[in-house]
Ligand binder design. Structure first.
Ligand code: AMP
Length: 659
């Protein structure tokens, strides 16, 4: 195996490893480069710089990269650059663990192919009816992005033809393993032409993934991003969970209630710097944007204004802020999480200059949690959750400021003509002075409301996970995008069985067998669901050879529920009890009844609707489940083997996890 290990240079103001490389140096072709200019990426992220050339050269690739590093573009761009648009059978297939990721990856392809007329990408995933997928496949598509179970279904029906496939991407392979899809992945792998190129991306490399790589990848280029360490100890680092459109509100609140001298706000794209700077200006802040498109003279003028206090907020891309050294910058705010830890270290190094202390704030979308952990590991410093100033605190400050403006004006000596005007108005219109003052205050305030409204239920990041409606769309659509944005607001409950309490390396990402241990609670007492959860009963159990991963995979994909929001799973002999967040929509509930796991219909029912006591279902002599310390002598639990679990039984019916 070739080892291409990127080792970023030691921390300095010098360009980071990938910054010296431009997209046009990577051999991508004009159409893709034009689309990249349109989306506003300035430079390739490290994983892109390392991955694109070998993929363009047709090589297999094993990439260790997490979400948020830009890995989607790392495989999508070379795929697009090598496509033959005149062919209508799929030339690339991307396998993704969840329908959300499948939709997101398909949307990314669409964005990067904006300058390639006639290009088609089709997401196919469980939970969506077959009709649109079948017609999409029939019409012809260049790229398919799918969840493993549904891809197998189409292969079995003969509706997906992989004979022309040149590239297979396994995205988030370890997540597919964790969700119980690895057998399906291997089935798909075996059905692809032997000549195809494979790119396997995984955040971690458990042994099963390494085995797949060793079995199926041919002399792959191996890429890992070696994170660098050490951030300055004089910088306090905090994060806040927020995503999408809610980031601007969070930023506004911070700007209003957090004492700061000057703030540098980092965005991923040039367009976003302009957009956010304008929105901040409209909200009354002294803000300006700099990005790679801003000419040097203008950039210098803006920085001079930041230095002398004419502006307080600079909204910038990584490239534009390179080497920036302004003592006044008390805060760095990462509006978009950087694509690599090196960029993060570089960004926050813009504060805490000249021996001062500094503040670094990071906005993290729930699905970027792993990147947050990677940053913590790389910087070897804790990043603590910040307290966002309350609405009351912000409003108190706004009122205080407004009063101060009145007091300042009253202290001035140029009020005489105005006093006369108001007295006149008072007499002519017979309006009390306080009413006139209120009207004037309204004029002064302009369109911007004086007080912040407490966020509505809809718009604030919620504490409890939410269900999505089952997807009903075919191609990527704005609806899909909205849903995705909204769903990214779902947060894990602290009690979630998947909640990564531990932040040590590798934590937050448990192995299948660990999940099984933590989830198996063999107990005949009536089960009390944890707060925010409801207990359901499903019709598959140990006797059907089911594993937690199968259940998690099926439920996650069909109910549009992030795996980490699935609570306790209690597998008994003939059925399973599982806790799901309260508030499952009826439509989702109906859909789940039809899903199959381990060849069985789930036949999900609410425990609260059940008239039968739980234990009557389980009267048959039991096979002990995994409880190693209490194993009966001489008995080996059916599903447990030292070092792992038995492969699931794959009888005449196969698993139908995400179909
Ligand atoms: P991913 O790791 O593929 O989920 O990408 C994370 C985010 O980074 C997405 O919002 C991308 O649009 C963005 N992104 C990817 N590549 C770049 C780049 N070279 N410059 C700026 N943003 C990027």
């Amino acid at each position: 195996m070739d080892i291409l290990l990127l080792r970023p240079p030691p921390m300095s103001d010098a360009a980071t490893a990938s910054e010296s490389i431009a997209f046009r140096d990577l051999g991508l072709g004009d159409a893709v480069l034009a689309a990249l200019a349109q989306v506003g990426y300035e430079t390739p992220s490290p994983i892109q710089a390392a991955t694109i050339p070998p993929l363009l050269a047709g090589r297999d690739l094993l990439g260790q990269a997490q979400t948020g590093t830009g890995k989607t573009a790392a495989f999508a761009l070379p795929i697009l650059a090598r496509l033959d648009l005149s062919k209508t059978k799929p030339q690339a297939l991307v396998l993704a663990p969840t329908r959300e990721l499948a939709i997101q990856v398909a949307e990314a392809f669409q964005r990067y192919a904006a300058q390639m007329p006639g290009f088609h990408v089709l997401p196919i995933y469980g939970g969506q009816s077959y009709g649109p997928q079948l017609s999409g496949l029939k019409r012809g598509t260049h790229v398919v992005v799918g969840t493993p179970g549904r891809v197998i279904d189409h292969l079995e029906r003969g509706s997906l033809d992989l004979s022309q496939l040149t590239t297979l991407v396994l995205d988030e392979a370890d997540e597919m393993l964790r969700m119980g899809f690895i057998d399906d992945v291997e089935t798909v792998l075996k059905k692809t032409p032997p000549t195809r190129q494979i790119a396997l991306f995984s955040a971690t490399m458990p042994s099963q993934i390494k085995r797949i790589a060793q079995t199926y990848l041919r002399n792959p280029t191996e890429i890992a991003i070696k994170a660098k360490t050490a951030t300055a100890a004089n910088i306090r680092q905090r994060y806040w969970y927020v995503s999408g459109v809610h980031k601007l509100d969070a930023l506004t609140r911070i700007l209003e209630a957090e004492p700061f001298e000057a703030m540098l706000v980092f965005m991923r794209t040039k367009q976003a710097t302009e957009e956010i700077a304008q929105k901040l200006q409209a909200r009354g802040f002294a803000a300006a944007a700099i990005n790679g498109d801003v000419i040097q003279a203008q950039r210098e003028r803006t920085i001079a204004q930041l230095k002398d206090g004419q502006i307080d907020i600079l909204v910038a891309t990584d490239v534009a802020a390179r080497g920036l050294d302004v003592e006044r910058i008390s805060h760095v705010l990462n509006y978009d999480i950087p694509t690599d830890t090196e960029a993060y270290v570089h960004r926050i190094g813009r504060t805490g200059r000249a021996g001062r202390s500094g503040e670094a704030i990071l906005f993290v979308a729930p699905r970027e949690q792993r990147l947050l952990q990677a940053i913590e590991r790389a910087t070897r410093q804790p990043i603590t959750q910040m307290q966002l100033p309350s609405v009351e605190a912000v409003n108190d400050r706004r009122i205080g400021k407004f009063k101060q403006r009145i007091a300042d004006a009253l202290a001035g000596d140029d009020l005489a003509p105005f006093r006369q005007l108001i007295e006149q108005f008072e007499q002519e219109r017979n309006v009390p002075a306080v009413e006139i003052a209120a009207a004037l205050a309204r004029v002064v305030q302009g369109k911007q409301p004086l007080l912040l409204q407490a966020p509505s239920r809809e718009s604030r990041p919620i504490d409890k996970p939410r269900f999505e409606k089952p997807a009903r769309h075919e191609q990527t659509s704005s609806h899909a995008r909205d849903k995705h944005q909204d769903s990214s607001f779902r947060r894990k409950p602290e009690s979630s069985a998947f909640a990564p309490a531990d932040k040590s390396p590798g934590a937050g990402f448990r192995r299948d067998d660990e999940i099984k241990q933590s989830r198996l609670h063999r107990d005949d007492r009536p089960r009390q669901a944890e707060a925010g959860f409801e207990t359901f009963r499903i019709n598959v159990g140990n006797d059907h050879g089911v594993r937690p991963g199968n259940i998690v995979g099926a439920i996650a994909n069909e109910a549009g529920l992030d795996a980490k929001h699935i609570g306790r799973i209690d597998i008994r002999d003939r059925y399973t009890l599982l806790d799901l967040p309260e508030g499952m929509p009826e439509e989702t509930f109906r859909l789940l009844k039809t899903v199959r796991v381990a060849g069985q219909r789930l036949l999900i029912s609410r425990m609260s609707d059940s008239t039968e006591p739980t234990r009557t279902f389980d009267k048959l002599p039991r096979k002990p489940t995994f409880k190693p310390p209490f194993k009966p002598a001489g008995h080996k639990p059916k599903s447990f083997k030292p070092g792992g679990f038995d492969k699931p039984k794959r009888g005449p019916h196969k698993h139908k996890k995400d179909r």
